[in-house]
Design a protein around this ligand. Structure first.
Ligand code: ATP
Length: 308
């Protein structure tokens, strides 16, 4: 189990992680979702004991990370975004090096390494890691994170470099880990990936947890609130002016300002038509399209808006 207890981290007085308090139970695949700079890496670095919190604490199976970093390291498997390996060694030799650091004896090392290389489809690959593709390195990173049979697995952007087959294999592996009772935290800015693989999701924005629940719960909440959005496509004969309206969220103008995609909180077509008429701009098309839930959720956390 992972516990965040008023966890905060400030850099030069600015909070990168701000008062996180929640728990991730055993057997859960939790997706920590948020745009660049939301505080995902800072949270993970505190969870793995690599940096210390400014306030609050995080615990792995009830053990406080900052106070017992060594004990915690034996319970977690961590895969950073860029995994470091010895490029002049094979996959097996790399894993053997790290397994020795965990104090595993030769028999345990050999059988665990064989098992993991086969799990990530790198068995029988003889070449040195220096010649690996990014996807192969990432798969080796997953194997490394599982080496010490950890109770808690922390993966930072795990599918960043994987091809479709690699992604499918990764999903199978971590789903099986959850069935085996492991707790898994996956950080990502890719909503679809998190929604497919995670049993529960937390949305991080500007260091704060702004939403939490299953994908179904989150989308139901978004549906029920004023976050429902519409997309309006505008096409004009002449260049159009830039619109402003209290319900306007974003506007993208193309084709020398003769086409625009407007995202808004409500159907503001009448206001758009009135502005165009006032400016003497001839309308060719003004159509309406409901934004997908995925677009609404993305826009929600990108604006850093908090749930009421
Ligand atoms: N060592 C540091 N010194 C100062 N500010 C930092 C430091 N590390 C992170 N930050 C700031 O803290 C905030 C959160 O950064 P963090 O890297 O945790 O976000 P993230 O969600 O992991 O983003 P990304 O996906 O880009 O890695 C950002 O504003 C970042 O600039």
């Amino acid at each position: 189990m992972i516990t965040f207890d008023h966890l905060s981290k400030a850099y030069n007085g600015v909070y990168a992680v701000d008062d996180l308090t929640f728990e991730i139970p055993d057997g859960e695949i939790f997706g920590l979702l948020g745009p660049n700079g939301a505080g995902k890496s800072t949270t993970i670095l505190m969870l793995t004991g690599l940096i210390e919190p400014t306030a609050g604490r995080c615990l792995i199976d009830g053990i406080e990370v900052a106070k017992n970093p060594i004990e915690v390291k034996h319970r977690i498997g961590y895969m950073p975004e860029d995994v470091g390996f010895y490029t002049n060694l094979t996959a097996g030799e790399n894993l053997d090096f790290f397994a020795r650091l965990y104090g595993m004896d030769a028999a345990a090392r050999n059988s665990r390494i064989d098992e993991l290389l086969s799990l990530v489809n790198l068995d029988g690959v003889e070449k040195l890691v220096g010649g690996y593709s990014k996807g192969m390195r990432q798969r080796l990173g997953i194997a490394k994170a599982l080496l010490n049979d950890p109770a808690v697995i922390i993966l930072d952007e795990p599918t960043a470099n994987l091809d479709p087959q690699g992604v499918a294999d990764y999903r199978k592996i971590i789903k099986q880990m959850a069935v085996d009772g492991k707790t898994i935290l996956v950080s990502s800015h890719i909503l679809s990936e998190v929604s497919l693989v995670c049993s529960s999701i937390g949305v991080l924005s500007q260091g704060r947890l702004v939403a939490r629940g299953t994908w179904k719960e989150l989308t139901q909440t978004f549906d029920a609130t004023r976050l429902e959005q519409v997309k309006i496509l505008v096409e004009t004969r002449d260049a159009m002016p830039k619109f402003s309206h209290p319900d306007l969220i974003a506007a993208e103008y193309t084709n020398d300002n003769r086409e625009a995609v407007i995202t808004a909180r409500s159907d503001i077509r009448d206001a758009i038509a009135e502005t165009l008429r006032d400016e003497g701009v001839m309308i060719r098309q003004l159509s309406f399209d409901r934004a997908t839930i995925e677009e609404s959720v993305l826009s929600y956390y990108n604006t850093g808006e908090e749930q009421a």
